[in-house]
Design a binder for this molecule. Structure first.
Ligand code: ADE
Length: 243
């Protein structure tokens, strides 16, 4: 099991995350609570929202237009979004410019681990029928889906991506080991957890957890994780054995 020296936030370069959205207020509420808020207050991560309406070329503040070739729905136009992205790119170098889309690469723990090591990330939240394909071709470096279902907009996907990435940055979660023990981190689901009291309505905490024998506890946790993964996600076991 890897061990880490205590981390001071100042030991780490901050991550900056720029989120381009039509709904900055909806997004910012999510970041004002809990771990994401603490990570920002500790100075480990800076999250900046950009309202795409501010880049509208129309009098009405719209950034979408009818699709060429007809059909229902609107498409986010290339020029206002390109202007926003280019303004940010002129200020710093981005490790990834991410677009949230149901046809993107599926978000996974290994992907989150990789992104958590980056310094500057940008996430463009899609909406309506999506964005003009030229944006994807010329600006976007990574396209991420959070699952095989369609959301009304990319904001929830961006929030999920930000949450899973930011909590992995050293110093964000108090106990460094706890992020390493997460489900998926070693390819297995996490084992069951218990806290006090040792007995409730006759339901007892497994004796091994009260034994104080750390080697036995680790072994029990591993076996439980393996059993749980076999039962619930046999596909993960297959993936490990094929590695
Ligand atoms: N936008 C709409 N649906 C999405 C999904 N499943 N993942 C990411 N972005 C999306």
């Amino acid at each position: 099991m890897p061990s880490y020296a205590p981390v001071k936030p100042s030991d780490f370069a901050n991550m900056r995350l720029d989120i381009l959205t039509l709904f900055p207020n909806m997004m910012s509420m999510f970041f004002e609570e809990s771990i994401l808020s603490r990570a920002q207050k500790k100075g480990i991560v800076e999250v900046v929202f950009h309202d795409l309406h501010d880049y509208s070329l129309s009098r009405y503040g719209s950034v979408d237009d009818y699709p060429y070739g007809g059909g229902a729905g609107m498409v986010m136009a290339v020029e206002p979004l390109a202007n926003c992205i280019e303004e940010l790119k002129a200020q710093r170098t981005y490790d990834e410019i991410i677009y949230t889309a149901p046809d993107g690469e599926m978000l996974s723990q290994p992907m989150a681990n990789t992104l958590s090591l980056k310094q500057n990330l940008m996430i463009l939240c899609g909406h309506y029928k999506g964005v003009d394909e030229r944006l994807r071709e010329h600006f976007i470096t990574k396209e991420i889906s959070i699952g095989d279902y369609v959301l009304t907009g990319g904001e929830l996907a961006a929030a999920v991506i930000a949450d899973t990435v930011i909590r992995l940055i050293p110093g964000v979660i108090g106990d460094e080991q706890s992020a390493l023990g997460d489900s998926f981190q070693d390819g297995l689901l996490a084992p069951p957890e218990y806290t006090r009291p040792p007995e409730f309505r006759g339901w007892r905490v497994p004796d091994v957890l009260l034994s104080g024998n750390h080697a036995k506890i680790e072994q029990w946790r591993y076996e439980q994780a393996l059993q749980r993964t076999k039962e619930r996600r046999p596909d993960l076991i297959k993936a490990i054995s094929e590695k």
